[in-house]
Design a protein around this ligand. Structure first.
Ligand code: PLP
Length: 404
């Protein structure tokens, strides 16, 4: 059992006031808050070992390089990758997905197919559309049902030997639906397609095992899992990373440069051109340590309680509809109230210190499917409490009275 008050004390922002009220932070799907150990580790890096990595022979450069590479190994173990050189530092999920989609430009031919799902974040749609435009490949879309779940029988009939890559999120940011990715990966491999999993919403809630999933790529951001912004990881199977061309050219990613020909560095450096977010990469390791200390079992138990409580309490409100009602859900609730624009409710409850997201959540196709402009999304983290949920429910009721 988690001592929630003790956990909350780790996050200084949780004792801040917003609009004169104690902050209730339910926008964890957009970014998580940071514990003091993460904030301190960022300052400590700059105070004690700041230097550029992989370059100097001097002591600080070696200390910084060691810390960066230790963090890479930490991330490797966290996601159970076979080799540390399969773990690339990126600036976030968006960067990771673009790295892969850009690489596939040299692989796809006109008429090949790229399969995305209806549940994707724009950052897992647009790069693939750009790729299809460039190569003449065709984008196909896996549909969802009324509960917001992917229709697996439709997925099966879309798969063929024309499918070169399938790209799907592990957990939907807009609805919280957990997708059956392991089963989907096996089906894609059966027709010879590669699979990228967008794990941005999964890593705050679970420890992905990339070997067990057998995915070819797994992308996520640091900032949604208690880490700094501008950090992320792209896992890629060694054979795929060897096959794909570099994404960016520059320093750090070369073996030898002449004006006639450049040879590329070995993995992972081939994909890490330029000076990276060194502090961020190191501190991402601190964030992962923190989450593992709290324990993903504890995190899931607490979040399950919060999800059940919030679902039950919100449904007490007349005219409230929840989108995404699959059995497998993370602690995210997307909802609307009949006849009221989500933005209006979001603005009123913000005045009461409650942070939720309103709008399309970078997933317009889902909103189009339900024929709505957007939703109110409350996304909970293990540091949230039932009492905070009760306050939100009262605030939503008050907003509803004011607006109807
Ligand atoms: C947040 C998010 C992204 C984009 O992550 P960035 O950190 O903005 O690069 C992609 N996919 C999903 C499912 C997300 O939730």
């Amino acid at each position: 059992m988690l001592d929630i008050q003790k956990i909350r004390a780790d996050f200084p922002i949780l004792s801040e006031k917003v609009n004169g009220k104690p902050l209730i932070y339910f926008d964890n799907g957009a970014t998580s808050q940071k514990p003091q150990v993460v904030i301190d580790a960022e300052a400590k890096y700059y105070q004690e070992i700041n230097a550029n990595i992989h370059r100097g022979v001097h002591t600080l450069s070696q200390l910084a390089t060691d810390a960066y590479e230790i963090s890479r190994v930490k991330l490797q173990h966290h996601i159970n990758a076979k080799f540390s050189h399969e773990v690339l530092f990126t600036s976030g999920t968006t960067h990771g997905i673009n790295l892969v989609s850009n690489g596939f430009a040299s692989i796809l031919k006109p008429g090949d197919e790229v399969l995305v799902s209806s549940l994707e974040h724009h950052s897992n749609i647009v790069p693939w559309q750009m790729l299809c435009e460039k190569t003449g490949a065709i984008l196909k879309v896996i549909p969802i049902n009324e509960d917001g779940e992917l229709i697996i029988s439709e997925y099966e009939s879309l798969l063929s030997e024309k499918t070169k890559i399938v790209t799907v999120n592990h957990i939907s940011n807009a609805l919280g639906v957990i997708n059956p990715v392991k089963e989907m990966i096996a089906k894609a491999h059966a027709v010879g397609a590669a699979v990228l999993i967008d794990g941005a919403q999964a890593v705050p809630h679970l420890k992905p095992d990339v070997q067990d999933l057998d995915c070819d790529f797994y992308a996520f951001s640091g900032h949604k899992m208690c880490g700094p912004t501008g950090t992320g990881i792209l896992y890629g199977k060694e054979e795929w990373l060897n096959k794909l061309p570099p994404y960016q050219g520059g320093g750090e990613m070369i073996k030898e440069v002449t004006f006639e020909k450049t040879t590329y560095a070995d993995l992972p450096h081939k994909f890490e051109a330029g000076t990276p977010n060194i502090a961020g990469g190191i501190v991402l390791g601190t964030a992962v340590d923190y989450l593992n200390e709290v324990g993903f079992g504890n995190i899931q138990l607490q979040e399950k309680k919060l999800l059940e409580h919030a679902t039950k309490r919100l449904l007490e409100i007349d005219g409230l509809r929840i989108y995404g009602n699959g059995k497998n859900k993370a602690s995210v609730i997307s909802f609307n109230i009949d006849g009221i624009h989500p933005y209006d409710i979001g603005s009123i409850i913000d005045k009461l210190g409650i942070a939720v997201r309103t709008g399309h959540h970078c997933a317009q196709p889902i909103m189009n499917f339900f024929c709505i402009p957007g939703t109110i999304r409350a996304s909970f983290s293990f540091y949230n409490t039932k009492e905070e949920i009760d306050e939100m429910v009262e605030a939503v009721k008050k907003a509803k009275t004011m607006l109807s």
